[in-house]
Design a protein around this ligand. Structure first.
Ligand code: 13P
Ligand code: SF4
Length: 352
């Protein structure tokens, strides 16, 4: 059945020609990734989506990425997600109602949050949260540009509300030298985030209580054990991992950064990688001819189950429909929301 789906994908693509471009995130499974026209991390894919002229942008990734492609592409272009159930569990940890309540409560404690707090949303978030940032003088960031974006935010306001990933926020603030006690966790299920007015007043960064279920599997103990066995090896992690994992890594960065760093490393080096398994397995295969060993950080299998939903069957079905002139699984952000979200995305693209 898999071979059949692969053949159907190739046939539909041949019929579509350059009407469709396939953008693929690095976490995509091998049987989908092999069909990519262009690959990247979230920032690179956002830029590519804004630059392509293809009529159909078929996004092999997760929902928020296809939303960004829709927002940044021309109105005549159509963004498509081959399986609409491919969400991001971290993105789902923040929603507009909870962020608006947080903003109201910050206003009660601090007065005028629009003057004092910059809302910064990780790109792993729904479009209405990006719109919230656009409307309230905030901005979007990715794992690549988070340090630059934090500088941007602090050049405008004295505090930052960072959502939904506490780990990326904490690591970025830590690298900037912000004391850990001035980075406090805002629990959206508690009144005033579970914080006292004094804690809110003293905070520089308010970290939304969200995380990635894949990256939370990585533990400092995995690194410690591996280093004992391979004292000359290098450890590289994605900043969605915990602060302790990032602190114990030699390198920290986005999926594209991880791939580029290991690709450019000297032959015969050994690497432990803290990010999603599809990426690590592919890289391990690709690096073998150079004698590089690439290993996955956790002892258990942890893939991003939602990225994994984009399979050859869904992709074949999507492309066949497009080849027949029938649009399926379009991702269309409502115009008003898209306009505000674009403000926050454009601010990000302008400074990164
Ligand atoms: P990158 O932008 O580094 O590709 O990260 C996206 C993501 O979802 C990581 O879990
Ligand atoms: Fe979301 Fe984590 Fe999957 Fe990335 S790996 S898409 S953050 S659930």
């Amino acid at each position: 059945a898999d071979d059949e789906a692969q053949a159907r994908i190739r046939a539909a693509r041949a019929r579509l020609g350059d009407k469709a471009v396939l953008l693929c995130h690095h976490y995509q499974r091998a049987d989908v990734y092999q069909h990519a026209d262009l690959t990247g991390d979230s920032l690179k894919l956002a830029r590519l989506a804004s630059q392509t002229d293809a009529q159909y942008i078929v996004f092999c990734g997760v929902h928020f990425m296809a939303e960004v492609a829709d927002i940044l592409s021309k109105p005549s272009q159509i963004a498509i997600l081959p399986d609409l159930a491919a969400g991001c569990s971290m993105a789902d940890m923040a929603n507009l109602a909870k962020v608006e309540r947080c903003w109201r409560e910050l206003g009660e404690v601090l007065g005028a949050p629009d003057e004092r707090v910059a809302p910064v949303t990780y790109i792993n978030s729904a479009a209405d949260l990006k719109a919230f940032c656009g409307e309230h003088g905030g901005i979007v960031c990715t794992s690549t540009n988070a340090p630059t974006i934090l500088d941007w935010a602090f050049s405008r306001r004295e505090k930052v509300l960072f959502f939904p990933d506490q780990h990326l926020g904490r690591w970025t603030g830590f690298k900037k030298g912000i004391p850990l006690e001035q980075m406090v966790v805002w629990d959206p299920d508690l009144e005033y985030g579970g914080l006292t007015p004094e804690q809110i007043h003293n905070a520089k960064v308010l970290l939304w209580k969200g995380h990635c279920s894949v990256h939370q599997m990585f533990q400092p103990a995995h690194i410690e054990r591996w280093r004992k066995q391979h004292p000359d090896g290098f450890v590289i992690s994605h900043p969605e991992s915990s602060l302790e994992v990032c602190r114990n890594s030699d390198y920290v960065g986005s999926t594209e950064y991880i791939i580029n760093t290991i690709s450019a490393a000297p032959a015969n080096t050994r690497w432990l990688v803290g990010t999603e398994l599809n990426l690590v397995s592919r890289l391990a295969e690709e690096m073998k001819p150079q004698g590089k060993t690439v290993e996955f950080m956790a002892p258990t299998v942890c893939m991003c189950s939602t990225m994994q939903r984009i399979d050859p069957q869904h992709l074949a079905w999507t492309l066949e429909n497009l080849a027949e002139g029938k649009v399926v699984n379009q991702i269309k952000v409502p115009a008003h929301e898209a306009e505000l979200a674009r403000i926050a995305l454009d601010r990000m693209l302008a400074v990164s």
